[in-house]
Write a protein of this length. Sequence first.
Length: 93
Amino acid sequence: DILYGIEQCLQKSLQSPILPKNELSREEIAQLEQQRIRQREETLNCQIQRIDQLLRKLVGAVGRVEKKRSREANEARKSIMERIRKHDDAVDR
């Protein structure tokens, strides 16, 4: 009796299999878009942090070589970071 039920279930499955979806629903497309946006933001934030760290190291190197120019180097770093952030904000719009 149990085997008969299993056989019937298998026969029904073979006669009308569930086909995979070829298209994404609007919800799925929206979710993928949100995920892509989040990943892009994380990547940009990571890149900006790495750029800032590198510039800070360069400011430190300038300070070790020519202490009088440390302030100038740090101001240049701030200016570069400000331009990067402005560009990033403009791209997001």
